[in-house]
Design a protein around this ligand. Structure first.
Ligand SMILES: NC(=O)c1ccc[n+]([C@@H]2O[C@H](COP(=O)([O-])OP(=O)(O)OC[C@H]3O[C@@H](n4cnc5c(N)ncnc54)[C@H](OP(=O)(O)O)[C@@H]3O)[C@@H](O)[C@H]2O)c1
Length: 310
């Protein structure tokens, strides 16, 4: 039997609920390719799934393999594969859970060829955050020059991309972050960086056309007061926004979907230096449980990536 490493969630709970195990290698089904994973991105969803916070949105049969995005090399192709071939360097969202394993079967439609100059580590940082940031920014209508946009969580995975897209579209970008990360966010193109550990964003952000809420909780609750009359809040962090939107206001819950064409164009922009992607930390496979917990307790700028070869 051909066994591989995988990071398994055995039951909902704290860091000890996930373990590295040996499992049988999957095979590629129809319309799928088998990817030998070289790197995978760490996401907030990992610990939210671990804790059981999203068990209603993502009902799971445990044990299950965690991980939602990867970069690697096509090892084998299943029936009906038209574009990809063995040996191709590919990146993409898993499309559900299961990316933290040496071999992963992925729908061909989710995958994008990696630009030649992109490393596996840089590629693994892109599939979910860069596309979710694009989709959420344009979810309530295409971003327009001159729009006033407030981005909460601007130093994070989604936030770092959203600041750049909004700036490049000519929007006036307000961005919240820790003071320690203010220079990084300014460097991405934010016009007004608000250090939330020093000041309340309500003091300087007003008449906002679009709030991108990548934080949730109190930050979301306080954001209604800075919206322009016909403004909208799009949240990736609080599904409850729909039920809790005050009368007469617009609040939308956003859920990303795989978009291989968009990912391809973003990856080209990163490869050619038109877009910055920040890999802040690289960890070994056996360090994944700690890295996932660190994402919960001390979020960092940019992304953490696991290198399968270390
Ligand atoms: N619905 C979807 O499709 C979807 C897809 C991907 C992610 N998500 C969710 O979207 C959210 C963002 O994801 P992510 O991957 O970007 O997370 P992340 O990389 O962990 O970034 C979150 C950022 O929030 C910042 N932050 C924490 N408290 C803050 C506050 N009070 N005010 C402003 N910023 C604050 C932190 O920056 P500082 O260091 O500056 O504090 C951190 O970098 C998470 O809740 C994630 O689960 C949803």
């Amino acid at each position: 039997m051909n066994n591989i490493r995988a990071l398994i969630l055995t039951e909902y709970g704290g860091p000890s609920a996930i373990k590295i195990s040996s499992i049988e290698a999957p095979t590629a089904g129809e319309g799928q390719v088998l990817v030998r994973v070289q790197a995978a991105g760490v996401n907030g969803l990992d610990w939210k799934v671990r804790e059981g916070y999203v068990r209603d949105a993502f009902p799971l049969q445990l044990p299950t393999v965690l991980g939602i995005e990867l970069a690697g090399v096509v090892e084998a192709v299943g029936a009906g594969i038209t574009q990809l071939r063995k040996g191709d360097r590919v990146m993409g969202p898993r499309g559900g859970l299961g990316a933290y394993a040496d071999l992963v079967a992925v729908d061909e439609a989710n995958l994008t060829l990696m630009p030649d100059s992109l490393s596996f580590l840089d590629a693994a940082a892109l599939p979910v955050a860069s596309v979710a940031a694009w989709q959420s920014l344009n979810f309530a209508g295409s971003v327009q020059a001159g729009q006033r946009i407030l981005i909460h969580g601007a130093a994070g995975g989604l936030g770092g991309f959203a600041v750049q897209y909004a700036h490049q579209a000519g929007a006036v970008v307000f961005a919240t972050t820790l003071e320690a990360h203010a220079d990084y966010v300014r460097g991405l193109g934010a016009d007004h960086v608000i250090a939330y550990d020093k000041e309340q964003f309500e003091a300087s952000a007003r008449d906002i056309d679009l709030v991108l809420d990548y934080v949730g909780g109190e930050v979301l609750n306080r954001s209604w007061s800075v919206l322009a009359e016909d403004g909208v809040i799009v949240s990736t962090a609080s599904p409850a926004i729909q039920a809790n939107t005050p009368a007469g206001r617009r609040g939308l819950w956003f859920m990303n979907t795989p978009d291989a064409a968009r990912l391809q164009s973003i990856a080209e922009d990163v490869a050619h230096g038109r877009l910055q992607s920040k890999v802040n930390a690289v960890v070994r496979f056996d360090e994944l449980p700690e890295a996932i917990e660190r994402n919960r307790t001390q979020p960092q700028i940019g992304k953490t990536v696991v290198n399968f070869s270390l």
